[in-house]
Design a protein around this ligand. Structure first.
Ligand SMILES: [Zn+2]
Length: 274
């Protein structure tokens, strides 16, 4: 199977449980740089229930939990399966890689479609995202995939243990930011990089429809993306798969209910003018 020779990668970094106001409060030079270099919104929306596995099923399948039916952190096969992002890319001969430290995410795509993956059970260790980023950087440098999913789970862990917006949580967000900086350095120049959370949190939990749980930060950078631009259109988790497909020049799958975040893209006219 030939890979298109000049497909720059799309790298999707998931910051589990990171609230937008945490980024505003903590010292986050890498994420601040993404704002300057790209399009962003601090008002993107999670799904109901704002729980990690339901959120990820919505991210990878572009349908709400009421459609995929995963309503808690427990997977069961879908009664009516959806063609997800990884399967969709695979049909176009685009290779997906996944680097993660929370095992339940193994079900965001069906067996037989990933090109590479790395899992280690470290989401509950304070330094447990470092090994994920080590591996992701190696895989990116070695061109092991066209689409790289980098899952960082420790900010959520610290939120549950110490409270969202606690000093320890903010410190963990700063640590995450430095790891994101490493991925940015490892990424080839023409890469597109998407960074967003699955949900926020309040006190020591999340899962409700409260704005603290539902509102998430969202950043996109790359050659097709506007710079220093705040996206005004509503952005939801359902839009991730269509947006990533669009970055590869592909239409959405007909099963998907989200839309590509086209407002973030440089249109033809802008490009010629720019
Ligand atoms: Zn989560």
């Amino acid at each position: 199977m030939m890979n298109p020779p000049e497909t720059p990668p799309v790298i999707f970094i998931m910051t589990d449980g990171v609230r937008p106001d945490a980024i505003a409060t903590a010292n986050t030079p890498a994420l601040d740089q993404l704002k300057q270099r790209g399009a962003y919104t601090m008002q993107a929306q999670s799904v109901v229930p704002s729980i990690t596995l339901p959120c990820h099923m919505s991210i990878f399948n572009s349908v709400p939990p009421s459609r995929h039916g995963i309503l808690e952190n427990h997977y069961h096969p879908l009664a009516r399966p959806v063609t997800g992002l990884v399967e969709h890319l695979h049909r176009k001969e685009l290779r997906s890689g996944m680097y993660y430290n929370w095992d339940f995410l193994r079900d965001v795509c069906r067996p037989g479609y990933l090109h590479t993956s790395f899992y280690v059970n470290t989401a509950y260790n304070i330094n447990g995202d470092e090994i994920i980023v080590d591996h992701a950087c190696e895989a990116i440098a070695a061109n092991m995939a066209d689409f790289h999913f980098v899952y960082l789970g420790t900010a959520d862990t610290v939120g549950h243990a110490m409270g969202w917006m606690s000093d320890m949580y903010l410190l963990q967000v700063e640590m995450l930011d430095s790891l994101i900086g490493r991925v940015l350095e490892a990424a080839p120049t023409q890469s597109h990089i998407l960074v967003h959370s699955d949900h926020g949190g309040h006190e020591r939990d999340h899962g409700t429809e409260m704005p603290e749980d539902m509102t998430i930060p969202w950043f996109l950078v790359g050659p097709s993306v506007r710079q220093n631009y705040e996206v005004q259109q509503p952005v939801s988790l359902l839009d991730t798969a269509p947006t990533i497909a669009a970055l590869f020049g592909l239409p959405s799958h007909r099963d998907w209910e989200g839309q590509p975040v086209t407002e973030a893209f440089i249109n033809q006219g802008d490009e010629q003018a720019g």
